[in-house]
Design a protein. Structure first.
Length: 278
């Protein structure tokens, strides 16, 4: 069952658009967790479950999801080889996990389609995308299918031809990203970890990465301190330096997800504490 929330239309979108958003057929098909839920921060999932009938979402925030559904529907109807838009289930530690996979080709290649911004593509493969595709590989393995290759096909909703050739701008609005395939043991360990933190009694606060922090980590060492959004970026920078001693400390972070993109922020004790409203 899809979440229940209050849908507003403050910017007067046509009723046909509103109806399309309200008539979303999404379902986990009886599973305890979907793959995307398992990757999400447990605090967000729990706050959604607790306050879903009080959460307010405007139509304008759902437009890109609607566009994504249209792309998926068109691809599902296309005449191509393989299994399309099929939901699989697997059991782990007493819970059922499900995921709908966009395309599984006859050779075992797995493809997920994403409608996203050009900026996201320029930033490269997102960690959550890598996790999602590897959980799909885990899910298929539990159903007797071996994934041989993992790809994400990005459709850039704001691509502009005149910007091609500037600042690593993509040559086409369609960009294919290859996703590293984890070892089976790593996939198993990650599923086990996510199930445990989602089912434990205590709620774990969101990490800096989960909050889409900007400038969350500061590298001190040679020259002026440098700010990075993730620990991975900070570590990659240090590893590229040939000389010098470096340390990573907490930076003055700006939490983009909390400020602008998290529907449960009004109910979140962590965010209220940051703002001094706890």
């Amino acid at each position: 069952m899809k979440p229940v929330y209050i849908l507003t239309n403050d910017y007067k979108a046509p009723q046909a658009i509103v109806n399309a958003i309200q008539n979303d057929p999404y379902t986990k098909d009886g599973a305890d967790f979907s793959i995307t839920e398992l990757i999400k921060p447990p605090q967000i999932r729990r706050l959604w479950k607790k306050h879903e009938d009080k959460i307010i979402v405007d139509v304008r925030e759902e437009i890109w999801k609607l566009l994504g559904k249209g792309v998926h529907a068109a691809i599902e109807q296309a005449d191509s080889e393989g299994t399309k838009e099929q939901r699989f289930h697997a059991e782990h530690d007493g819970v059922t996990i499900s995921g709908a996979i966009d395309l599984i080709e006859d050779d075992g290649s797995v493809t997920d389609y994403k409608v996203t911004s050009t900026y996201s593509v320029q930033k490269g493969l997102k960690e959550d995308w890598e996790k999602q595709l590897n959980l799909y590989a885990w899910l298929l393995r539990k159903n007797g299918i071996t994934a041989t290759k993992l790809n994400i096909v990005c459709i850039c909703r704001d691509w502009v031809r005149s910007r091609v050739g500037k600042y690593d701008y993509p040559d086409s609005p369609v960009v294919v990203l290859s996703v590293p395939m984890w070892r089976e043991g790593r996939q198993d360990d990650y599923v086990d970890q996510r199930v445990r933190i989602h089912t434990q009694e205590a709620t774990i606060p969101c990490t800096a990465e989960e909050r889409w922090a900007r400038g969350a980590f500061q590298v001190n060492g040679r020259g002026k301190p440098r700010s990075f959004d993730t620990m991975r970026e900070a570590t990659d920078y240090i590893n590229k330096q040939k000389t010098g001693s470096f340390t990573v400390v907490d930076g003055k972070a700006k939490y983009i997800r909390c400020e602008s993109w998290c529907e449960v922020a009004p109910f979140c004790p962590q965010w209220k504490g940051d703002k001094g409203n706890g």
